[in-house]
Design a protein around this ligand. Structure first.
Ligand code: PBG
Length: 333
């Protein structure tokens, strides 16, 4: 047999040129599926770059206004807002005030860019002096930890404040048991039956959040978050239990976080809940690692980003929260 002329199956036939490669492309990342996280602070004309996250900024409301106008015109899927209050206290009061930073940020976004989907992170670590995601209690054993059920009460208040400010969607990230049910009840009770909940349902206690805590100034002042966020070495299937509970309580969209080290989990959730919209959070540490390596000239940032976002999509995430949302959208325009 003349091997050169007879080989019925040659996978390279569909790779020989860009046109044929484009034809058989299965996955695409489009701006409307990307959500841009934004850090909002007090002041005027403030735009402070986060040292561990090049090109990511804390911004005041006037800068936010410009930013969201641009994101809206780029066709980005939405923004998720994190508030950095001027004053933090034990129970995160700023998050429960209609004049707090997050409520004002929501009003600013909805006014400046009414067509842009405005999501809020619902959690307390950015607003509490101790940096934990809820109210602390010292239990009879002497251990101080986040009090789950007391935190549900303040989560209801925070949710309503954001709903009243005009938010389009809320995204609780504190990993409290029962948080979705409590928020759904609060929203419905307040007449906000149309506001969906995107749950950080599967959120691991991860070192990949390190740079975020610089950005949001939210590092826990003692201990860590392992009593509420998931253990990465626990059975993978425990993720399904978290999803099941949140779905039963009324979650509309499910999120897995972080993304890259957890693509097996993204895939598993997607296969078990194919009917549910699924999001992956490409977190701060994933961003910073690429930025640092790219700044050293060790890798090509754009290509790494494209490859990573496709990997998340291929794993089953239809929605991706990423600090690259704006850059990718710009590039696609
Ligand atoms: C708030 C919250 C965190 C992130 C999103 N929401 C930090 C944390 O849980 O400590 C992390 C996002 C990122 O690292 O990009 N609870």
């Amino acid at each position: 047999m003349d091997f050169e002329n007879f080989m019925p199956i040659r996978p390279r036939r569909l790779r020989h040129n860009p046109a044929v490669r484009r034809l058989v492309t299965e996955y695409r990342v489009t701006p409307e599926r990307l959500i841009m996280p934004l850090f909002v602070c007090e002041g005027e004309n403030v735009k402070v770059e986060i040292p561990s996250m090049p090109e990511v900024y804390q911004m005041s409301l006037d800068v936010l206004e410009e930013e969201v106008r641009e994101l809206e015109s780029l066709g980005v899927g939405g923004v998720i807002l994190f508030g950095i209050p001027a004053k933090k206290d034990e129970c995160g009061s700023d998050a429960m005030s209609a004049d707090g930073i997050i409520a004002r940020a929501v009003r600013t976004v909805k006014k400046a860019a009414p067509e842009l989907l405005c999501i809020t992170d619902v959690c307390f670590c950015e607003y509490t002096s101790h940096g934990h995601c809820g109210i602390l209690k010292t239990f009879p054993s002497g251990v101080t930890d986040v009090d789950n059920d007391a935190t549900l009460e303040i989560l209801r208040k925070q949710t309503l404040i954001q709903a009243e400010a005009g938010v389009d969607m809320v995204a609780p990230s504190g990993m409290m048991d029962g948080m979705i049910g409590a928020m759904r009840e609060a929203l419905d009770g307040g007449g906000f039956t149309r506001i969906p909940i995107m749950s950080y349902a599967v959120k691991y206690a991860s070192a990949f959040y390190g740079p975020f805590r610089d950005a949001a100034d939210s590092a826990p002042q003692f201990g860590d978050r392992r009593s509420y966020q998931m253990d990465f070495a626990a059975a993978a299937e425990s993720a399904l239990r978290e999803v099941e509970l949140d779905v039963a309580e009324g979650a509309d969209i499910i999120m897995v976080k972080p993304a890259l080290a957890y693509l097996d989990i993204v895939r598993m959730v997607h296969e078990n809940y194919p009917e549910l919209p699924l999001a992956a959070y490409n977190v701060s540490g994933e961003y910073s690692m690429v930025k640092a390596a790219a700044q050293n000239g060790w890798i090509d940032e754009e290509r790494i980003v494209d490859e990573s976002l496709i990997a998340m999509t291929r794993a089953g995430a239809g929605i991706i929260l990423t600090y690259w949302a704006k850059k990718v959208a710009r590039r696609m325009k």
